[in-house]
Design a protein around this ligand. Structure first.
Ligand SMILES: *[C@@H]1O[C@H](CO)[C@@H](O)[C@H](O)[C@H]1NC(C)=O
Ligand SMILES: *[C@@H]1O[C@H](CO)[C@@H](O)[C@H](O)[C@H]1NC(C)=O
Ligand SMILES: *[C@@H]1O[C@H](CO)[C@@H](O)[C@H](O)[C@H]1NC(C)=O
Ligand SMILES: *[C@@H]1O[C@H](CO)[C@@H](O)[C@H](O)[C@H]1NC(C)=O
Ligand SMILES: *[C@@H]1O[C@H](CO)[C@@H](O)[C@H](O)[C@H]1NC(C)=O
Ligand SMILES: *[C@@H]1O[C@H](CO)[C@@H](O)[C@H](O)[C@H]1NC(C)=O
Ligand SMILES: *[C@@H]1O[C@H](CO)[C@@H](O)[C@H](O)[C@H]1NC(C)=O
Ligand SMILES: *[C@@H]1O[C@H](CO)[C@@H](O)[C@H](O)[C@H]1NC(C)=O
Length: 424
């Protein structure tokens, strides 16, 4: 949530806005009542813009709220503004409801057979107030709001299941369904594919289907959504290559209404584009492109591909990969000359006509295990959660050429960081 002082910085006369305020321009609009042009210029220059981010981390049992401030000279600072009692031992995933001021938090529940799902009211101070909490099937790792904000689907990695929940008026949630899955025999990678492991819940762009990449079963599991009740019905699944271990994905609808699905597979360390076709209560996936996640570089031993994010302008696919420190970056503490080993982010140019990707950039992620990252609405900044470095970094993006740039802010967050999201 953007905070009050921003108005002073943002509502500059148009003539002044070109001096480094593009970041602000693209996220807020200025109403007449907010115009503060009668303020002395000094007051405007001293003011800052700020946005809250929420961070989940294992071992800490809490959700950390950060504030990213941009001062008038263009420098950023990241500070902790609240630690919230998540009442959850192993926070693993956060999702901001795009329809209301609610955050859903999942707890992987390493200390019990069950995980949990909580909802929180957000606030401009960054304090999260818990509204509801329910025990769930084990190992929830990803959620998605669907059906116009009336349903929430949860992927359970440890529990080999998908669950669906009704979102109540109060911001609370109520269990609708659970779909447990089994394997008749282990997959190609028996150490990781001994059971189904649903790794993400996604909704298709028409809000009619839930898709869940199942790392253990090498499947994209597909469900139809009943728009009246939010109830899900299993549809026809799509098989990915044996041993590929599908993990995370992102949809794109082009201006000519072609739908593509980009899939990052953890075990195969690959990124694949599919052209998606709509049938009668089914989805078709036609592969149009595949590549190793490191593009024109050899996949390092031990690498584990992780995240897939579509840039807000839909021109680039952004991905991350873990356990291969191909970069050594300057220490974030300027007094410390020891370099920091860094895993990688990747940027890919999307050809909207074909769905094919062109490898564009391999960039440092800011530390070890960029398990998850998210991009602000303007597409100018990415917040990266570095699980093994116990750190969140903010990296600049050049919106025009789609490359990641320099690190503009960083902060240590205790525990293993599992997700970081923007509240804009
Ligand atoms: C920019 O402003 C911030 C706070 O207002 C200050 O801490 C920082 O030193 C300034 N940076 C430069 C390069 O002037
Ligand atoms: C967090 O909240 C739970 C449930 O309300 C409570 O049992 C627990 O004591 C609280 N923990 C802390 C550290 O406040
Ligand atoms: C808790 O886990 C057990 C064992 O998997 C399961 O049978 C039970 O349904 C779970 N409870 C909830 C509320 O999901
Ligand atoms: C775009 O395609 C989807 C899926 O086939 C369809 O539901 C939707 O009506 C189409 N939109 C337009 C504007 O053609
Ligand atoms: C990281 O890669 C090494 C091989 O380079 C492997 O031995 C290790 O198990 C991997 N670690 C994880 C957590 O995947
Ligand atoms: C670096 O050293 C200078 C001089 O001792 C000190 O003022 C500054 O606080 C130090 N910075 C950090 C990040 O430790
Ligand atoms: C300097 O940075 C390295 C790498 O992050 C760290 O291991 C080391 O403890 C730091 N040294 C000091 C004096 O803080
Ligand atoms: C790999 O791709 C990047 C990005 O397109 C390019 O800058 C680089 O030169 C390529 N390297 C090789 C060895 O082809």
């Amino acid at each position: 949530m953007w905070q009050a002082p921003i108005f002073a910085a943002f509502c500059l006369p148009t003539s002044l806005r070109s001096f480094g305020f593009a970041f602000l321009d693209s996220v807020l609009t200025c109403s007449d009542t907010m115009r503060l042009q009668h303020l002395p210029l000094a007051a405007l220059v001293a003011s800052t813009a700020a946005v809250n981010l929420y961070v989940s981390s294992y071992t800490y049992g809490e959700i950390t709220s950060l504030k990213l401030s941009k001062s008038a000279n263009g420098s950023y600072t990241l500070t902790t503004v609240a630690t919230n009692n998540g009442s959850s031992p192993s926070p693993t995933w956060l999702e901001k409801d795009k329809y209301k001021d609610i955050v859903y938090g999942l707890d992987e529940g390493f200390t019990s057979p069950n995980g949990s799902l909580s909802s929180y009211k957000t606030s401009s101070s960054g304090v999260l107030t818990q509204i509801d909490r329910h025990l769930t099937l084990g190992g929830p790792v990803s959620s998605i709001v669907y059906n116009g904000g009336k349903g929430l689907a949860v992927a359970h990695y440890g529990g080999s299941a998908l669950s669906s929940w009704a979102i109540l008026e109060t911001g609370g949630v109520k269990l609708l369904q659970t779909f447990p899955f089994t394997l008749t025999a282990p997959g190609t990678n028996p150490a990781r594919q001994e059971a189904p492991h649903l790794h993400e819940a996604l909704v298709d762009p028409t809000d009619s289907f839930i898709i869940s990449p199942d790392l253990g079963a090498d499947l994209l599991r597909v469900f139809t959504i009943d728009p009246k009740t939010s109830v899900l019905t299993p549809s026809t699944d799509f098989s990915t290559p044996p041993g590929s271990g599908p993990r995370h994905g992102a949809f794109l609808v082009t201006p000519s209404n072609t739908t593509y699905f980009f899939l990052v597979s953890e075990l195969g360390n690959s990124v694949t584009s599919y052209r998606v076709t709509y049938g009668d209560k089914t989805l078709g996936f036609e592969e149009v492109f595949t590549s190793g996640i490191y593009g024109n570089q050899t996949i390092p031993d031990g690498a584990a591909a992780a995240e897939a994010v579509l840039s807000p302008d839909s021109k680039y696919l952004l991905t991350s990969s873990r356990n291969a420190t191909l970069f050594q970056i300057p220490n974030f503490n300027p007094n410390n000359s020891t370099k920091i080993p860094s895993d990688t982010l990747q940027s890919w140019v999307i050809d909207h006509k074909t769905g094919k990707l062109t490898f564009h950039q391999l960039a440092p992620a800011g530390g070890s295990f960029p398990r998850q990252f998210s991009v602000n609405k303007a597409g100018t900044l990415a917040a990266v959660g570095l699980q093994e470095s116990a750190r969140v970094v903010i990296v600049e993006r050049d919106v025009k050429d789609g490359t990641f740039g320099k690190f503009v802010a960083e902060i240590d967050v205790p525990g293993e960081v599992t997700s970081v999201i923007w509240d804009e």
